[in-house]
Design a protein around this ligand. Structure first.
Ligand code: REL
Length: 834
């Protein structure tokens, strides 16, 4: 009976769930303790996968960081009874198999489950404390994820090396008695693309590692595993992962990192390799055999390394193929590439993972009917600006290869490069990737992270969400900042730092710094510039206050993860604000313009001083060159070679009597009063509705912080469209007019693209009182010019004119038709034509 109960208990405990807190600071009955004075040994079976021993070495290192003492690493199982952490896979570790055979472990819930793992305490001595801790993976990555889950809970951040985050020191920690079983991740392949890597990443690696070689890649692999990712597109600007350092692919495979090449580099060969070794033209109609030889070598070089092969073909160097590229030709190219894969691997092509990226013009081929075999993953893409272009149609037959997403946190291209600092809104990343997951794009998620630093925050979010898409939702998304701040800076500082990061995420995503200039916002009482600058000043002051409370060993991490981006962005706004003031006052012949010119120069200098601080002083120069990216003085989409001071005007005249002194940065705020005389404007945040009508299984909900000034309203579930009818879901806003007969309603949205590919674009409707709703498409006129504005302004603006009878109380209704539409605010004017 006792035995039966025991087995039952194990089965109950082993239901796999993410997010289990098994490390405690307090001593517990039957817990497994790790204390400086009584360290466990760490054991991995030398016959098991290389990664298990590697993970064991890293755990040894992490425990030393936490406790100050280094555990012994064993390749032989110690005598029974000795306190040991066993790390291994079900198949590869004899000690784990023995524990299973002895019924001390039940791995039923993880066995055969991709990257699943189990952490379990075992007491083989019937004493007060457990003497064995098993970290068991279904496979090698599962085992490594188990180790890094433990490390993270012990207080070692995944960013300990990449952002100098100090480990949380403690002399004793306890792994609570139990079986902690973690399921397969939500998204199968989760990774990053190191791209646009000059001047920052390339300059830094050259100085610190002698180039982009295996020494730096090992750091990347470790980071990926600590973030529970598994997939990498390597740097390719003049770099070739497989060719530059032959240890690169060997070590990637040992570390369990699935390698690919970017969307436009087929058959696992870098574009740079074609430059080095390609013979003839990059043109299949003219040079089929040259290309086939080149590609065959890519697959030969892959050997048995876990990889995802990019198939298809674009023009040489991330360009479209020649005009009029025939889809039939492309289909033939893919068929030929698969033949090569088959021939070299000796297996049906369907047994080697492949992707076809529907990037830029390639999506047009797909739209025109080009198809690839069912086992190839269709990698759907964003527009390079974080807005997903297309999602699977739920009505389509499921594909064996499924769908994935290629997303961007950094980009080189129009309307302007953005590659200096982090400008990504966490709520928007969540919303777009949630949409992707809801529509079934869950096979591959890969994100372009530029130089990797300083994208620590969005990288963490993207990979964390890819690992477990159930973790974050519209109700708890702000909790991410607290969790992340706790992981990097500990609970004492988490709340304050989370607030800073949360505000930064909103402010920094309003406008890319490369697009910012003195004309971006209007200065003065009716403009926004004063308010925006004031918000940045306050944020910077708060960040500097928090900095004073941070222990000295956290200062480096705090600077790079929190303070620098805030100071740098604030300073840039101050610079352009000063230039704007200078220009305005100069046109008024007001010599106060000179003071603003001086100020502007100071901010310009301060910008470079901040970069110098990051490069030269931070962590004793560890990150030199990471802040080399130019960002001031753009004239067109491509970056300037050097930062350039914006032009300012100096006046020679003395200040005339009556000339104003240096004007103050007065603050203008949105008016939220509800009475509206003619010629007046009312600005209503989307969340300021008076009534929400939820119908047809649709609920309105706010997504916090997704907008330029806060939350946005959208409908859930995100897969449902609703034909417009009287009973449709809508939001009501009440206004009072004192004059006029019509309202111009301007609605501001997040720049969601027509991911449904419906002929009319994503639609909503607007009505006033009992008037007929006017149906408006968010993106019907999608063309390059319109899109440039959407992404540059990070919104889509739509207006409609609605008539009402007599002044008085009126109800504006905003009707839902299509999903994924995020309303940020409404501006309402009386008697203004559309
Ligand atoms: O952001 C992108 O996807 C592309 O611009 C890049 O993939 C591309 O490789 C570019 O860096 C240069 O070739």
């Amino acid at each position: 009976m006792k035995k039966a109960l025991f087995a039952f208990a194990i089965i109950l405990n082993a239901v796999p769930v993410f997010c289990q807190q098994f490390v405690s600071q307090t001593k517990q009955q039957k817990a497994f303790s790790i204390t400086a004075s009584d360290l466990p040994a760490i054991y991995a079976d030398p016959q098991d996968d290389w990664l298990c021993m590697k993970a064991a070495t890293l755990l040894q290192h992490d425990i030393a960081l936490v406790t100050g003492s280094k555990p012994t690493l064993l390749s032989q199982l110690p005598a029974a009874g000795q306190k040991t952490i066993i790390i291994g896979t079900i198949q590869g570790c004899a000690a784990i198999r023995k524990l299973i055979a002895q019924k001390q472990m039940n791995v039923g819930s993880i066995k055969g489950q991709w990257e699943a793992f189990q952490i379990q305490t075992i007491d083989t001595r019937s004493s007060a404390q457990s003497n064995t801790l098993v970290i068991c993976g279904n496979d090698k990555r599962g085992a490594a994820y188990g180790v890094f889950e433990l490390s993270a809970q012990l207080g070692v951040s995944p960013w300990y090396w990449w952002a100098d985050v100090p480990a949380r020191q403690q002399s004793a920690v306890y792994i609570k008695k139990g079986v902690y079983s973690y399921p397969s991740p939500s998204v199968k392949y989760r990774g990053i693309f190191i791209n646009d890597e000059a001047p920052a990443f390339s300059g830094w690696t050259k100085e610190k590692f002698g180039g982009i070689n295996h020494l730096v890649y090992e750091k990347v692999f470790e980071l990926l595993l600590r973030l529970k990712a598994n997939y990498l597109w390597p740097a390719m600007w003049g770099n070739a992962f497989n060719d530059d350092d032959t240890l690169n692919p060997i070590l990637a495979n040992k570390w369990g990192i699935v390698m690919g090449t970017s969307h436009h580099e087929p058959m696992l060969r870098a574009q740079t390799e074609w430059k080095r070794y390609g013979k003839g033209a990059w043109d299949y109609t003219k040079n089929e055999s040259g290309l086939k030889t080149f590609w065959t070598n890519g697959i030969r070089n892959m050997g048995t390394h876990e990889s995802i092969i990019t198939v298809g073909m674009r023009g040489d160097g991330d360009e479209p193929m020649t005009d009029g590229t025939a889809t039939a030709l492309l289909e033939r190219i893919v068929a030929d590439q698969r033949q090569i894969i088959e021939k070299v691997t000796g297996k049906p092509a369907s047994q080697t993972p492949q992707l076809w990226a529907l990037y830029k013009e390639v999506q047009d081929y797909y739209d025109k009917g080009m198809r690839v075999p069912d086992d190839v993953t269709l990698l759907l893409c964003d527009d390079n600006w974080g807005n997903i272009r297309r999602l699977p149609n739920p009505a389509d037959k499921p594909r064996k290869g499924g769908y994935g997403i290629y997303y961007h946190f950094d980009y080189v291209g129009g309307p302007r490069n953005y590659k200096w600092i982090n400008t990504n809104n966490i709520s928007r990343i969540w919303e777009q990737m949630h949409l992707a997951h809801a529509y079934g794009a869950d096979k591959i998620w890969i994100v372009n992270v530029g130089d990797l630093k300083p994208m620590e925050l969005p990288i963490s979010f993207f990979l964390d969400y890819a690992y477990n898409t159930r973790k974050w939702n519209e109700d708890n998304i702000t909790g991410f900042f607290t969790e992340w701040a706790t992981q990097q800076f500990g609970a004492d500082h988490a709340a304050a730092i989370a607030t800073l990061l949360q505000k930064y995420s909103v402010y920094a995503s309003r406008k890319k710094p490369e697009l910012l200039n003195e004309k971006t916002y209007r200065i003065g009482a009716n403009g926004e510039f004063d308010k925006i600058v004031e918000e940045w000043i306050q944020l910077r002051q708060q960040a500097e206050q928090v900095e004073k409370t941070i222990p000295s060993n956290m200062k480096d991490a705090y600077f790079q993860l929190v303070l620098h981006p805030i100071q740098a962005f604030e300073n840039l706004h101050q610079l352009y604000y000063a230039v704007a003031q200078n220009r305005l006052l100069a046109t008024q012949n007001n010599t106060s313009a000179n003071q603003w010119a001086d100020k502007a120069l100071q901010y310009y200098i301060a910008d470079s001083l901040l970069s110098i601080k990051y490069n030269k002083e931070l962590a004793n120069g560890k990150w030199n060159h990471m802040m080399d990216q130019t960002h001031i003085g753009y004239k067109y989409w491509q970056e300037p070679k050097q930062n350039r001071m914006p032009e300012v005007t100096y006046l020679n005249k003395p200040v005339a009597a009556g000339n104003s002194p240096l004007p103050d940065a007065g603050i203008t705020t949105d008016k939220t009063a509800t009475s509206l005389p003619a010629k007046d404007k009312l600005s209503l945040p989307a969340s300021a509705y008076t009534k929400a009508i939820h119908t047809s299984g649709i609920r309105w909900k706010p997504i916090p912080d997704i907008g330029k000034n806060g939350s946005g309203m959208t409908s859930f579930p995100v897969t449902a469209s609703v034909p417009l009818s009287k009973g449709s879901p809508c939001l009501e806003y009440e206004v009072h007019t004192t004059a006029g007969d019509s309202l111009r309603i301007t609605a501001f949205f997040s720049p969601t693209l027509n991911f449904l590919h419906s002929p009319g674009g994503l639609r909503f409707a607007v009505s006033v009182d009992n008037g007929t709703p006017q149906v408006i498409s968010l993106n019907q006129e999608e063309n390059t010019h319109a899109w440039d504005l959407w992404v540059a302004n990070n919104n889509i603006v739509k207006t409609s004119r609605q008539f009402f009878g007599l002044p008085g109380k009126h109800t504006i209704r905003y009707w839902m038709i299509d999903p994924g539409v995020i309303l940020q605010k409404l501006e309402i004017d009386v008697n203004k034509p559309e």
